[in-house]
Design a protein around this ligand. Structure first.
Ligand code: ADP
Length: 476
């Protein structure tokens, strides 16, 4: 059994669970520990005890630890990328790319440790000095989803540690392998016992214990909207800080003046890569009528050429869906799209490959309307729909007509429309002639409306969540 990591020691769980490869369900990667509420509380005990010394510890030492973690992740990106792809199902190049991103995130925050600044401001009263500084929040609970098993944990753990917090980390049940590998690397970085703890286990038990424990000062979460609501209900009861990243139903607008090749590549990349299992995936393609038929035909041609197969096989473009229940959900949405009158142009079929896995051909709907279920609800699979519109104005209106607001894109060669869209899109991230999914690691990530709650993740903006501001007055 691959154990939990609590108070500087690898500790067996109360039970274990096999980690199964979605490309080949006969392949069990390993058995991983399952913690219970009691073990989770032990991790919180350890994080609370370790906090004062870590918060006031030497910054050079802290920076060096994060740098060592980043260096090792980058050095082992091929091996760790293979593990990630094996357990999650994204293709090997995507897995390796994600690991590299995680390594770079630790490097970024290693440097960020040394960039923490304060301000000194004059008082409105004579003879008083004012200093404004940032301090760590305390014990941070980190709850992550399965779709980015290395990058999302990295972009929460690295800033939490960099700004002087201690961590209790609970990864998603389906992807303990990447989380465990990350914890093992962190455990050898010289980090003091209790500063970082890994507890693998079910959301309802381990996750809920983190949410409810009064010693956890802040909870950062990425996952579904319903779990996000549950987390907010728990943390708001005890007035703890929460940062929630939830769903998306991201639009990509294609205008008549778009470069067709750019538009097709941007749509296919953003909608279907990583099997469409990205909260930033473009699942609504809002297309102006002058280019609509050519766009639909070219997307269909492009999808027909994509290879759906084992994530680790060279040449695979689209890996499997993550598990049986996600696959069933995708198929259910595809059936709903057909029932509600959208035209299934291609894909949407469960297919078999050499090994037993959860293979689904990318589903592309045309002639959809924005009020159909497939255009309103997050599917989280390789499914997208094209919605025809008459004008840019109508496209913008439909793009914003959603309860989500994570990412939004436009393909156009017009500076006027690109500029207008950047100003008027109601999304946290806006893309011009580039896919809605696939973002840099050193700039803010997050959305509006039902997609996100709390301050932004990533880059130096992460300080907003992982620190608290202190204003100090001194009578001179
Ligand atoms: P997804 O659909 O991406 O799996 P979930 O919201 O179900 O999204 O899961 C995201 C993370 O939240 C996982 O680590 C999961 O274990 C955790 N989780 C699920 N339910 C709860 C809960 N009731 N309390 C706390 N964490 C939970």
């Amino acid at each position: 059994m691959k154990p939990n990591y609590i108070n500087g020691a690898f500790t067996d769980g109360v039970s274990s669970r096999p980690n199964i490869n979605p490309s080949n369900t006969n392949d069990v990667i390993a058995d991983y520990a399952q913690a219970d509420a009691e073990q989770t509380r032990m991790a919180i005990d350890a994080a609370s005890a370790a906090f004062p010394a870590w918060a006031s510890g030497n910054l050079q030492a802290r920076s060096d630890m994060l740098d060592r973690i980043g260096t090792e992740i980058l050095a082992r990106q091929d091996e760790l990328g293979r593990l990630l792809s094996r357990e999650e199902g994204k293709t090997l190049p995507e897995g390796i790319g994600e690991v590299a991103r995680a390594g770079n995130i630790f490097k970024f925050f290693a440097a960020e440790v040394l960039r923490q600044r304060g301000e000194r401001i004059g008082s409105v009263r004579s003879g008083i000095d004012i200093e404004i500084t940032r301090e760590p929040v305390g014990v941070v609970g980190i709850i992550t989803p399965w779709n980015f098993p290395m990058a999302i944990p990295a972009w929460k753990i690295a800033p939490a540690l960099a700004y002087g917090n201690t961590v209790v980390f609970k990864p998603a049940e389906m992807v303990p392998g990447s989380a465990w590998a990350l914890a093992e690397i962190i455990s050898r970085s010289g980090i003091p016992a209790g500063v970082f703890n890994l507890v693998i286990g079910p959301g309802r038990q381990v996750g809920q214990t983190i949410i409810d424990d009064p010693r956890v000062n802040a909870v950062t979460f990425t996952g579904s909207t319903s779990t996000g609501r549950n987390i907010l209900a728990g943390t708001s009861q005890r007035l703890a800080k929460a940062q929630l990243e939830m769903g998306g139903k991201n639009p990509l607008v294609i205008l008549d003046d778009a470069d067709l090749e750019v538009a097709v590549n941007t749509a296919v990349q953003g909608s279907y890569y990583s099997t469409g299992q990205r909260c930033t995936a473009s699942s609504r393609l809002v297309v102006q009528k002058g280019i609509y038929n050519r766009f639909v035909a070219e997307v269909a041609k492009c999808l027909a050429a994509l290879k759906v197969d084992d994530a680790l096989k060279p040449g695979t473009d689209i890996g499997p869906v993550v598990d049986e229940s996600q696959l069933e959900q995708d198929l259910h949405y595809i059936a709903t799209g057909q029932k509600e009158g959208a035209r299934l142009v291609c894909g949407g079929e469960r297919v078999t490959r050499e090994n037993p896995g959860f293979y689904l051909t990318p589903a592309f709907f045309a002639d959809a309307t924005n009020d159909m279920t497939i255009a309103r609800e997050e599917i989280f699979g390789p499914v997208a729909c094209a919605i025809p519109v008459d004008s840019y104005e109508e496209a913008l209106e439909l793009a914003n007509q959603t309860e989500f607001g994570l990412s939004a894109g436009i393909c156009t060669t017009s500076l006027k429309y690109a500029t207008h869209f950047k100003r008027h899109s109601q999304a946290g991230m806006v893309m011009v002639n580039v896919a809605t999914a696939g973002v840099d690691y050193h700039v803010p990530f997050g959305g509006r409306k039902g997609s996100s709650l709390g301050s932004r993740e990533q880059g130096s903006y992460a300080a907003e969540f992982f620190t608290t501001v202190k204003t100090a007055y001194t009578a001179a």
